[in-house]
Ligand binder design. Structure first.
Ligand code: G3I
Length: 357
């Protein structure tokens, strides 16, 4: 299983330092992170790689990529038994050619599945409907992924179940054991990849977040006691600029508790939604930056976190089809670069957070 040091190795190599200083007015976020033995990266998609100005910014800023949607089952196995890895292969090739790391997202999720899957799972309850898929993807990307979200969002604070498991078609068909089975299949296919349980809802300080932290710790500690090969907790890191502020004491305790389980933490999908507040861009940008700073100061001070990825790099692509958080009336400003690829207060807040780590 990968260690923190090998995760860093998967990220950018030395050329980054020269490229950053040669090609841009100042080092990118990856250089700020790398200076503290951390990794910064972002989600991206092949259609974005057709934009040369965006590609230049991506090379400057990121040392790791994660497919935003092209490595999900609705894109890889749209037709049963017919795998199409072409899009994720293109992202993997871009990462390799630019000496960036690559993390995988995601193998078993209640969403982004091809239409035929849920019906087949419900009708047959055949575990091979996911173990074969997990094995196929892990085998195809053997040696190329620094980590992968094996199971995504299996817990839910609002779940009526005492264990907090989300009542997905996976749970209904196989019971709680589907999670263990998925991780064991992934480990058997690719023992060197850091296997991640990825979820959201543990970041903020409301009562629903308290429950999410409690069910998450309970779930992870019991899974590890059963020898389920989970190596890291993926904290998605979706924040709200105009939501109640992060409770730093609760978040710090949670990260300490995760570390006490022997798990690493990756911030997998950080962004700061800016709906629900001012329509003044400067006010929103400041609120977004401040929310991220409150979060990252705790996260990066915890010694549990090896990498921070944002769920995209530029606001330019936030209004692509499928972005369910499309905001009526104005353009979203969740990410470090604005729509013209200029650095925003969020970029500076993240650079400062890495520098303080
Ligand atoms: O398929 C089209 C493609 O043909 C087209 O070229 C492209 C650009 O226009 O759009 C593609 O459409 C959609 C894509 O979003 C565009 O971003 C996909 O069909 C649609 O499924 C996809 O939705 C993604 C969603 O997960 C479901 O996979 C979002 O991008 C992605 O941001 C969102 O990400 C989730 C994480 O996986 C889990 N955590 C929450 C996060 C946000 O919802």
């Amino acid at each position: 299983m990968l260690t923190r040091r090998s995760l860093i190795k998967f990220a950018a190599a030395a050329p980054f330092a020269t490229a950053a200083f040669a090609a841009a007015p100042s080092p990118g976020l990856a250089a700020h992170a790398r200076a503290k033995n951390l990794v910064y990266g972002c989600a991206t998609s092949t259609y974005q790689l057709k934009d040369p100005l965006f590609v230049a910014a991506l090379k400057r800023e990121a040392a790791m990529l994660v497919p935003e949607y092209e490595m999900k089952r609705d894109k890889i196995e749209a037709a049963r038994g017919q795998y199409d890895f072409s899009a994720t292969d293109a992202l993997a090739g871009f990462a390799r050619d630019n000496e960036m790391g690559l993390r995988g997202h995601t193998l078993v999720w209640h969403a982004a599945n091809p239409p035929w899957l849920e019906q087949a799972v419900t009708a047959t309850r055949n575990e091979r409907l996911f173990t074969d898929y997990v094995t196929a993807v892990m085998t195809h990307y053997r040696g190329r992924l620094s980590s992968i979200d094996v199971v995504n969002e299996a817990l839910l604070a609002a779940s009526p179940r005492q264990d907090g498991l989300r009542e997905s078609f996976w749970l209904k068909a196989f019971g709680p054991g589907y999670i263990d089975t998925a991780f064991h299949a992934a480990h058997q296919a690719e023992p060197s990849c850091l296997l991640v349980y990825n979820d959201w809802g543990c970041e903020a300080g409301a009562p629903k977040n308290d429950r999410m932290r409690a069910i998450t710790l309970d779930f992870l500690s019991k899974a590890l006691a059963r020898k389920v090969p989970i190596g890291a907790y993926g904290m998605q890191g979706h924040l709200g600029a105009f939501d109640p502020p992060i409770d730093q004491k609760k978040l710090r305790q949670f990260l300490d508790d995760i570390r006490a389980l022997g798990l690493r933490v990756i911030v997998t999908e950080h962004d700061v939604h800016d709906d629900g507040g001012s329509s003044d861009n400067a006010v929103r940008d400041r609120a977004v930056a401040d929310a991220s700073a409150r979060f990252l100061d705790v996260v990066l001070g915890s010694n549990a976190v090896d990498a921070v990825l944002t769920w995209g790099l530029s606001d330019k692509y936030l209004d692509a089809p499928g972005w369910s958080e499309r905001l009526a009336g104005y353009e979203p400003r969740f990410l470090p670069l604005d729509r013209t690829l200029q650095r925003k207060p969020l970029w500076q807040a993240m650079a400062n957070a890495f520098d303080r780590a």
